[in-house]
Design a binder for this molecule. Structure first.
Ligand code: GLY
Ligand code: MN
Ligand code: MN
Length: 430
């Protein structure tokens, strides 16, 4: 791990929030992710499943967390199973957690080797009536591979057909959506690393630079600041590439007179940051670029102020749509008639701004979090309006990450990342 160890009090609090919502006589199980194969003996870098991470801090493959608040023997109320380590593994793969280290990371006293799981689990299942499965109910999920959680669910249903089942995901969606202060500090840290990357780019970018060179500059800055790298696949889209919303090729040359849209965020300790900045390749905005940029920035600022406790996510999007409509009228991209005859299900502004404005942000870039109930303080959201104009070979998006406060405007975790035109031009030309 490149990051500093997180105080295990966070994971204790997270577990307490989860178990408080469990039904009597129930067990919940959380599995690590697999290490995904490429071919031959190659594998993808390991990425821990965010749920076991959230509840235990264990950032290691082949781990299982078992929560059983009503276990007869107190020592069985929370158990961690980790892969047995030995000298051979230590030499070839590097040290894995031993039992004492697993306790130090997680705050869980009872740690077994994974090989003991079946025996211990069977014994505890005889004390319980309900098993919580951790299915993926994220509103954007689309998973085709079978995960370790999936395999566990299939086996468990076969081995214990008499148990009732319950779902962990709705509880996790709710509790992970509202961040602890320690989590906000980790997200802030990720945002600060992203800031360093962006400032490096302001000095590096000039006509003729390739998009992948910018990607390399960001990665260099991220890793030297103890990040594993990008929180998500970065988008470095110069000129008309900015109109491809998920452009990730990053293989074009940046041209004089074009803007470049950079949707890039560092991770830190598995917490994401999610930033977008759109800046001129030659360090100077044209009059038209400036006009469109100022429109996007106004929408971002006004939308941000709507993120307060009690706001309804769907209604918020309707209000942001109204702000955007007014800006597009001002820019001459829409006229009054377009708006008067618009389809309410696909309003006229969507021609130029076709994606959502905000999503929860945290351990996952598109994080868990309630979206059908009013917003609460300590939720972290992105704010990311954009205007995309293929006819002008220009696309501008601006994105910050903010924390909803109990009172007043949200706290902007990206407040130090330059966004005003004058500051960007000054930094690029100094
Ligand atoms: N970078 C992904 C997003 O902005 O949602
Ligand atoms: Mn985003
Ligand atoms: Mn983004």
């Amino acid at each position: 791990m490149k990051y500093d160890q997180i105080n295990n009090e966070l994971f204790k609090k997270n577990r307490a929030k989860f178990t408080a919502q469990m039904k009597p006589k129930s067990i919940a199980i959380f599995n690590s992710n697999d290490i995904y194969p490429i071919s031959a003996d190659s594998t993808m870098p390991f990425q821990q499943h965010r749920d076991i991470l959230y509840l235990s801090g264990v950032d290691q493959e082949e781990s299982i967390l078992l929560l059983f608040p009503d276990a007869i023997d107190k020592k069985n109320r929370e158990i961690l199973f980790v892969r047995e380590t030995n000298e051979h593994i230590a030499i070839w793969e590097g040290a894995k957690l031993d039992k004492e280290q697993a306790t130090a990371v997680s705050g869980i006293e009872t740690v077994h080797w994974l090989t003991e799981f079946d025996k211990v689990f069977f014994s505890l299942m005889t004390e319980s009536e309900i098993i919580y499965f951790n299915t993926n109910e994220h509103y954007r999920q689309s998973v085709e591979t079978q995960t370790r959680e999936d395999r566990f669910i299939l086996k468990c249903k076969r081995d214990f057909p008499g148990h009732q089942v319950a779902k962990s995901n709705p509880i996790l969606q709710q509790i992970r959506g509202v961040k602890e202060q320690e989590e906000i500090a980790l997200i802030q840290h990720a945002c600060d690393i992203t800031e360093k990357g962006f400032r490096r780019i302001l000095k590096f970018l000039k006509p003729g630079v390739w998009e992948y060179e910018l990607e390399a500059e960001y990665l260099h800055e991220f890793i030297r600041n103890r990040s594993k790298g990008f929180a998500y696949t970065p988008i470095l889209a110069s000129g008309n590439n900015a109109n491809v919303l998920h452009y990730i090729e990053n293989n074009n040359q940046c041209k004089d007179g074009d803007l470049i849209l950079m949707d890039v965020g560092a991770e830190y300790a598995n917490y994401a940051s999610d930033m977008t900045r759109s800046i001129p390749v030659n360090g100077k905005f044209t009059k038209r670029q400036r006009q469109v940029y100022e429109s996007v920035l106004r929408v971002k600022n006004e939308a941000t102020n709507m993120l307060v406790p009690g706001t309804d996510w769907a209604e918020y999007h309707v209000e942001v749509g109204k702000l955007m409509t007014s800006e597009l009228l001002g820019l001459g991209l829409l006229d009054k008639e377009d708006v008067q005859k618009e389809n309410k299900d696909w309003p006229a502004y969507k021609k130029y701004f076709m994606h959502g404005t905000s999503h929860h942000m945290g351990l996952d870039t598109h994080d868990y979090g309630a979206l059908k109930t009013p917003m609460k303080s300590n939720m972290v959201f992105t704010v990311e309006p954009g205007i995309y104009i293929p006819d002008e070979k220009m696309g501008i998006r601006l994105e910050d990450d903010v924390v909803i406060m109990e009172k007043g405007a949200p706290f902007n975790l990206m407040r130090n990342i330059p966004i005003e035109i004058d500051e960007i031009e000054d930094l690029m030309n100094s």
